[in-house]
Design a protein around this ligand. Structure first.
Ligand code: TYM
Length: 326
């Protein structure tokens, strides 16, 4: 059954293979059979310190890379969050039914407040409510994300239930959808997830083959397989990447070598780096070509916002009526 799908990505400078394997690859697959809405969520990105001069480029680049990775404006509705003002309007209304206690338990809030200790703002605290508004505005039922976002989707579900019991049945049940690789770990420290904010942790979708090789060769592993010791997080992460980027027989070969204790990590890394580079080259080239066609990109985004807004307006009218706002 075709479902309505919503997901978003922050325009924070670059898109990495964690974003790709956890989220974007699912988005590309889903757009053929479902009604999909994907947003570059700039209102979310401004909840931590950022450079306003850099923001337009970051937003444009995020759109370009997502399209280069396979998001098709003719199949999906792709738009910039701040172009559809109903997102913040609904977020305000949902603010009034969301307990502060729930927000203070959100892992992403706790992590980011540790990272940006100075000047934690109300926007960062309320961030998950805006995310709930993103999804509920379109009455989406399926949200393809990486594992780190599941907590926010659960909160969205609770907010929707609270709204329905308080004001009458309005929003459907929301479900997260995870890929086979929902949590890619940092190459430089496999106890943390791959993230734009950890230098050396990621491979960007637009990195050159040389850069990819350098990053993979530097990645943290261990001293080799040991009897009765479970596989270390670093090598498990590389095997996960190999499963995603290399042919199955190549993955199997290295897995058997690991089990037999004959594996050479340097060879695994070399093969993996080549396979990642081969998989990403078409995306990098498509991004380079799209970047030369800004009019096409901006027109697609404007059209996406227009389509999104027609649905957003309808939901807002219904929500305001239910809440007694005339
Ligand atoms: P963001 O911009 O941090 O990440 C975009 C998507 O990439 C996934 N992801 C990962 N998946 C696997 N391994 C990783 N290391 C990894 N790092 C990131 C994220 O889970 C996400 O799916 N709050 C969201 C954006 C958002 C949103 C929404 C998502 C705003 N509104 C509504 C869904 C629905 C975020 O910060 O994603």
């Amino acid at each position: 059954m075709a479902r309505r799908v919503f997901s978003g990505i922050q325009p924070t400078g670059l898109v990495h293979i964690g974003n790709y394997l956890g989220a974007i690859k699912q988005w590309v697959d889903l757009q053929y059979d479902h009604e999909c809405f994907f947003s570059i969520v700039d209102y979310h990105a401004i909840t931590v310190p950022y450079d306003p001069k850099q923001m337009p480029k970051n937003t444009f680049d995020a759109a370009v890379v997502n399209m280069a990775a396979g998001l098709d404006p003719n199949k999906s509705t792709i738009f910039i969050q701040s172009h559809v003002p109903q997102h913040t309007e609904l977020a305000w209304l949902l603010n009034t039914i969301t307990p502060m206690g729930r927000l203070s338990h959100m892992t992403q809030f706790k992590e980011k407040s540790r990272m940006f200790r100075e000047g934690i703002n109300a926007g960062l605290f309320n961030y998950p409510i805006l995310q709930a508004a993103d999804i509920l505005l379109y009455k989406a039922t399926l949200v393809p994300v990486g594992e780190d976002q599941v907590q926010h989707i659960e909160l969205t579900r609770d907010i929707a239930r609270k709204f329905n019991t308080t004001f009458g049945e309005t929003f459907p049940e929301v479900e997260p959808r995870l890929s086979e690789a929902p949590r890619i770990m940092a190459l430089s420290d496999p106890t943390k997830k791959m993230s734009k904010s950890i230098p050396g942790s990621y491979i960007a979708l637009t990195d050159s083959p040389e850069k990819i090789k350098e990053q993979i060769m530097k990645s943290v592993t261990d001293s080799g397989p040991q009897k009765d010791v479970p596989m270390g997080a670093g090598i498990a992460n590389l095997f996960m990447l190999m499963q995603e980027f290399s042919p199955p027989d190549v993955y199997q070969r290295f897995r058997s070598q690991y089990d037999e204790g004959t594996i050479k990590y340097s060879e695994l890394k070399k093969t993996l780096a080549e396979d990642i580079a081969n998989a990403l080259t078409p995306i990098r080239e498509a991004a380079q070509n799209l970047a030369k066609r800004p009019d096409y990109v901006y027109d697609s985004l404007r059209e996406g916002a227009h389509k999104a807004q027609s649905i957003a307006k309808r939901t807002m009218a219904e929500v305001k009526l239910r809440m007694g706002l005339i």
